[in-house]
Ligand binder design. Structure first.
Ligand SMILES: [Zn+2]
Length: 274
Protein backbone atom coordinates (compact mmCIF):
# COMPACT_ATOMS: atom_id res chain seq x y z
CA UNK A 1 0.00 0.00 0.00
CA UNK A 2 2.98 2.32 0.36
CA UNK A 3 4.34 1.42 -3.03
CA UNK A 4 3.87 4.97 -4.26
CA UNK A 5 6.60 6.12 -1.89
CA UNK A 6 9.12 4.04 -3.85
CA UNK A 7 11.34 3.71 -0.83
CA UNK A 8 12.02 0.08 -0.23
CA UNK A 9 14.70 0.71 2.34
CA UNK A 10 12.21 2.13 4.81
CA UNK A 11 9.90 0.02 6.92
CA UNK A 12 7.56 1.02 9.67
CA UNK A 13 8.49 -0.74 12.88
CA UNK A 14 6.59 0.71 15.76
CA UNK A 15 3.56 2.64 16.83
CA UNK A 16 4.19 2.32 20.53
CA UNK A 17 6.22 4.15 23.12
CA UNK A 18 4.39 7.46 23.09
CA UNK A 19 5.29 8.49 26.60
CA UNK A 20 9.02 7.88 26.59
CA UNK A 21 11.47 10.72 26.85
CA UNK A 22 14.75 9.85 25.23
CA UNK A 23 17.86 11.81 26.06
CA UNK A 24 19.96 12.44 23.01
CA UNK A 25 23.28 11.81 24.68
CA UNK A 26 22.71 9.70 27.71
CA UNK A 27 24.34 6.50 26.65
CA UNK A 28 22.77 4.45 29.40
CA UNK A 29 19.36 5.31 27.97
CA UNK A 30 20.18 4.45 24.41
CA UNK A 31 17.87 1.48 24.45
CA UNK A 32 15.06 3.35 26.15
CA UNK A 33 11.75 3.26 24.38
CA UNK A 34 11.47 6.09 21.93
CA UNK A 35 8.41 7.80 20.65
CA UNK A 36 7.22 8.15 17.09
CA UNK A 37 7.70 11.48 15.39
CA UNK A 38 4.69 13.65 16.14
CA UNK A 39 5.79 17.11 15.18
CA UNK A 40 3.00 19.19 16.65
CA UNK A 41 3.20 17.49 20.01
CA UNK A 42 6.90 16.82 20.18
CA UNK A 43 7.88 19.74 22.42
CA UNK A 44 4.89 19.24 24.66
CA UNK A 45 5.53 15.52 24.97
CA UNK A 46 9.08 16.29 26.02
CA UNK A 47 8.21 19.00 28.55
CA UNK A 48 9.65 17.06 31.49
CA UNK A 49 13.05 17.64 29.91
CA UNK A 50 12.51 21.31 30.82
CA UNK A 51 14.60 23.02 28.20
CA UNK A 52 14.32 24.45 24.72
CA UNK A 53 16.14 26.77 22.34
CA UNK A 54 14.21 29.97 23.07
CA UNK A 55 12.29 31.90 25.70
CA UNK A 56 12.45 31.20 29.40
CA UNK A 57 13.64 27.62 28.92
CA UNK A 58 16.27 28.68 26.34
CA UNK A 59 20.07 28.22 26.51
CA UNK A 60 20.76 30.99 29.04
CA UNK A 61 18.57 29.15 31.54
CA UNK A 62 19.84 25.61 30.92
CA UNK A 63 22.09 25.86 33.98
CA UNK A 64 18.94 25.92 36.11
CA UNK A 65 17.76 22.56 34.78
CA UNK A 66 18.23 19.87 37.42
CA UNK A 67 21.64 18.24 37.08
CA UNK A 68 22.72 20.68 34.36
CA UNK A 69 24.78 23.24 36.28
CA UNK A 70 27.68 22.62 33.88
CA UNK A 71 25.69 24.55 31.27
CA UNK A 72 26.27 27.66 33.41
CA UNK A 73 29.51 27.11 35.34
CA UNK A 74 31.42 24.79 33.00
CA UNK A 75 34.73 26.11 31.68
CA UNK A 76 35.04 23.79 28.68
CA UNK A 77 31.71 24.08 26.93
CA UNK A 78 30.65 23.46 23.34
CA UNK A 79 30.11 24.58 20.65
CA UNK A 80 32.93 27.01 19.92
CA UNK A 81 33.98 29.20 17.03
CA UNK A 82 36.96 27.46 15.43
CA UNK A 83 39.20 30.29 14.29
CA UNK A 84 42.77 29.42 15.30
CA UNK A 85 44.09 25.90 15.02
CA UNK A 86 47.36 24.28 16.00
CA UNK A 87 48.91 21.55 13.87
CA UNK A 88 49.17 18.30 15.78
CA UNK A 89 50.95 15.01 15.20
CA UNK A 90 48.19 13.13 17.01
CA UNK A 91 46.36 10.46 15.08
CA UNK A 92 43.00 11.25 13.59
CA UNK A 93 40.13 8.90 14.46
CA UNK A 94 39.69 6.02 12.05
CA UNK A 95 36.14 5.34 10.91
CA UNK A 96 34.81 1.81 10.86
CA UNK A 97 31.24 2.39 9.78
CA UNK A 98 29.03 -0.28 8.27
CA UNK A 99 28.03 -0.35 4.63
CA UNK A 100 24.66 -1.80 5.60
CA UNK A 101 23.53 -0.18 8.83
CA UNK A 102 19.91 -0.39 9.97
CA UNK A 103 18.90 2.87 11.63
CA UNK A 104 15.89 3.65 13.78
CA UNK A 105 14.60 7.15 13.14
CA UNK A 106 13.02 8.97 16.08
CA UNK A 107 12.26 12.49 17.24
CA UNK A 108 13.18 13.40 20.81
CA UNK A 109 11.57 16.82 20.76
CA UNK A 110 14.88 18.60 20.21
CA UNK A 111 16.17 16.91 17.04
CA UNK A 112 15.76 13.84 14.85
CA UNK A 113 17.86 10.92 16.10
CA UNK A 114 19.22 8.07 13.97
CA UNK A 115 20.11 5.05 16.11
CA UNK A 116 22.00 2.03 14.70
CA UNK A 117 20.49 -1.36 15.46
CA UNK A 118 23.92 -2.84 16.13
CA UNK A 119 27.11 -1.78 17.88
CA UNK A 120 29.44 -2.64 15.01
CA UNK A 121 29.80 0.96 13.77
CA UNK A 122 32.71 2.56 15.56
CA UNK A 123 35.68 4.88 15.40
CA UNK A 124 39.11 4.12 16.78
CA UNK A 125 41.08 6.73 18.71
CA UNK A 126 44.55 5.70 19.92
CA UNK A 127 43.60 2.05 19.48
CA UNK A 128 40.51 2.52 21.60
CA UNK A 129 37.10 1.66 20.24
CA UNK A 130 34.28 4.19 20.50
CA UNK A 131 30.95 2.79 19.33
CA UNK A 132 28.49 4.88 17.38
CA UNK A 133 25.46 5.29 19.66
CA UNK A 134 23.41 7.63 17.50
CA UNK A 135 23.62 10.65 15.27
CA UNK A 136 21.38 13.70 14.93
CA UNK A 137 21.46 17.16 13.46
CA UNK A 138 21.35 20.86 14.30
CA UNK A 139 20.23 23.66 11.96
CA UNK A 140 22.12 25.86 11.53
CA UNK A 141 25.47 24.42 12.59
CA UNK A 142 26.52 24.70 16.24
CA UNK A 143 30.26 25.09 15.63
CA UNK A 144 31.47 27.95 13.51
CA UNK A 145 34.49 28.09 11.22
CA UNK A 146 35.98 31.58 11.33
CA UNK A 147 32.78 33.03 12.73
CA UNK A 148 30.59 31.47 10.03
CA UNK A 149 27.79 28.96 10.50
CA UNK A 150 26.95 26.24 8.00
CA UNK A 151 23.31 25.42 7.16
CA UNK A 152 23.44 22.28 9.33
CA UNK A 153 25.75 20.10 11.41
CA UNK A 154 25.44 16.38 12.05
CA UNK A 155 26.76 14.97 15.34
CA UNK A 156 27.92 11.35 15.42
CA UNK A 157 27.94 10.41 19.11
CA UNK A 158 30.35 7.64 20.16
CA UNK A 159 31.18 6.10 23.53
CA UNK A 160 33.95 3.80 24.72
CA UNK A 161 33.38 0.95 27.17
CA UNK A 162 33.86 3.33 30.11
CA UNK A 163 31.15 5.64 28.79
CA UNK A 164 33.51 8.43 27.69
CA UNK A 165 32.18 10.31 24.70
CA UNK A 166 33.77 11.24 21.39
CA UNK A 167 31.56 13.26 19.05
CA UNK A 168 32.30 13.80 15.37
CA UNK A 169 30.76 16.96 13.93
CA UNK A 170 30.10 17.08 10.19
CA UNK A 171 29.11 20.35 8.56
CA UNK A 172 26.53 20.30 5.77
CA UNK A 173 26.60 22.82 2.95
CA UNK A 174 24.32 23.39 -0.01
CA UNK A 175 25.46 21.66 -3.19
CA UNK A 176 24.85 18.39 -4.99
CA UNK A 177 22.32 15.89 -3.67
CA UNK A 178 23.64 13.16 -1.38
CA UNK A 179 22.29 9.65 -1.97
CA UNK A 180 22.82 8.37 1.55
CA UNK A 181 21.20 11.37 3.14
CA UNK A 182 18.32 10.97 0.68
CA UNK A 183 17.49 7.58 2.20
CA UNK A 184 17.71 8.99 5.73
CA UNK A 185 15.76 12.15 4.99
CA UNK A 186 13.05 10.36 3.02
CA UNK A 187 12.64 8.10 6.01
CA UNK A 188 12.56 11.12 8.29
CA UNK A 189 9.89 12.76 6.16
CA UNK A 190 7.77 9.62 5.99
CA UNK A 191 8.06 9.16 9.75
CA UNK A 192 6.88 12.68 10.26
CA UNK A 193 4.03 12.56 7.74
CA UNK A 194 2.73 9.22 8.97
CA UNK A 195 3.55 9.84 12.62
CA UNK A 196 5.20 6.47 13.02
CA UNK A 197 8.69 5.31 13.82
CA UNK A 198 10.67 4.05 10.85
CA UNK A 199 13.81 2.06 10.31
CA UNK A 200 16.04 2.84 7.35
CA UNK A 201 17.66 -0.43 6.33
CA UNK A 202 21.07 -1.12 4.83
CA UNK A 203 22.30 2.47 4.85
CA UNK A 204 25.91 2.85 3.74
CA UNK A 205 27.09 4.89 6.72
CA UNK A 206 30.71 4.60 5.64
CA UNK A 207 29.93 6.83 2.65
CA UNK A 208 28.78 9.70 4.86
CA UNK A 209 32.24 10.60 6.10
CA UNK A 210 35.29 11.56 4.00
CA UNK A 211 37.83 8.79 3.48
CA UNK A 212 40.79 10.86 4.70
CA UNK A 213 39.24 13.60 6.80
CA UNK A 214 41.03 16.43 8.53
CA UNK A 215 39.56 17.20 11.94
CA UNK A 216 39.49 20.10 14.36
CA UNK A 217 39.97 18.47 17.72
CA UNK A 218 39.34 19.98 21.15
CA UNK A 219 37.95 19.04 24.55
CA UNK A 220 34.41 20.28 25.13
CA UNK A 221 30.97 19.29 26.29
CA UNK A 222 27.55 18.09 25.27
CA UNK A 223 25.75 20.96 23.54
CA UNK A 224 22.46 20.13 25.28
CA UNK A 225 21.63 19.79 28.99
CA UNK A 226 23.26 18.45 31.11
CA UNK A 227 26.20 19.99 29.13
CA UNK A 228 28.57 17.38 30.61
CA UNK A 229 32.25 18.03 29.92
CA UNK A 230 35.14 15.70 29.05
CA UNK A 231 33.71 15.18 25.58
CA UNK A 232 36.32 14.73 22.86
CA UNK A 233 35.26 16.71 19.82
CA UNK A 234 36.39 16.01 16.27
CA UNK A 235 34.81 18.44 13.81
CA UNK A 236 35.42 17.46 10.19
CA UNK A 237 37.05 20.30 8.25
CA UNK A 238 35.48 19.32 4.91
CA UNK A 239 31.71 19.95 4.74
CA UNK A 240 29.37 17.43 3.15
CA UNK A 241 27.28 18.73 0.24
CA UNK A 242 23.52 18.36 0.37
CA UNK A 243 20.86 19.55 -2.09
CA UNK A 244 18.67 22.47 -1.05
CA UNK A 245 15.52 20.32 -0.98
CA UNK A 246 17.33 17.89 1.32
CA UNK A 247 18.32 20.69 3.68
CA UNK A 248 14.71 21.89 3.53
CA UNK A 249 13.48 18.57 4.92
CA UNK A 250 15.78 19.08 7.90
CA UNK A 251 14.80 22.69 8.53
CA UNK A 252 11.09 21.94 8.11
CA UNK A 253 11.39 19.72 11.18
CA UNK A 254 13.95 21.67 13.20
CA UNK A 255 15.24 25.17 12.66
CA UNK A 256 17.28 26.96 15.29
CA UNK A 257 18.14 23.96 17.48
CA UNK A 258 21.71 25.19 17.87
CA UNK A 259 23.27 26.24 21.16
CA UNK A 260 25.03 29.63 21.02
CA UNK A 261 28.84 29.75 20.74
CA UNK A 262 30.63 29.23 24.09
CA UNK A 263 33.87 30.86 25.30
CA UNK A 264 36.98 28.98 24.18
CA UNK A 265 38.92 30.05 27.27
CA UNK A 266 42.43 28.64 27.42
CA UNK A 267 41.64 25.68 25.20
CA UNK A 268 43.49 25.07 21.97
CA UNK A 269 42.04 23.46 18.87
CA UNK A 270 44.30 20.94 17.21
CA UNK A 271 44.18 20.02 13.55
CA UNK A 272 44.64 16.29 13.09
CA UNK A 273 44.66 14.16 9.98
CA UNK A 274 45.94 10.81 8.78
ZN1 LIG B 1 24.31 17.58 18.75
Amino acid sequence: MHRHYLITAITAVSLIGLSACSNTYKVANERATTKPIIIEQSNEADNHAGWSYSGDTGPEYWGDVEGASSCKIGQEQSPINIARVTASAKDAPAFNYSQAANLRITDNGHTVVYTPATSNNHITIDNERFELKQFHYHTPSEHQFGGQNYPAEVHFVHANSAGNLAVVGLMLEQGAANGIMRILLNGTQLSSENQVEFTANKVNLSALVPTMPTFYHYKGSLTTPPCSEQVQWYVVKQPLALASDQLAIMTDLYQGNNRPIQPQGSRTVEQVSK
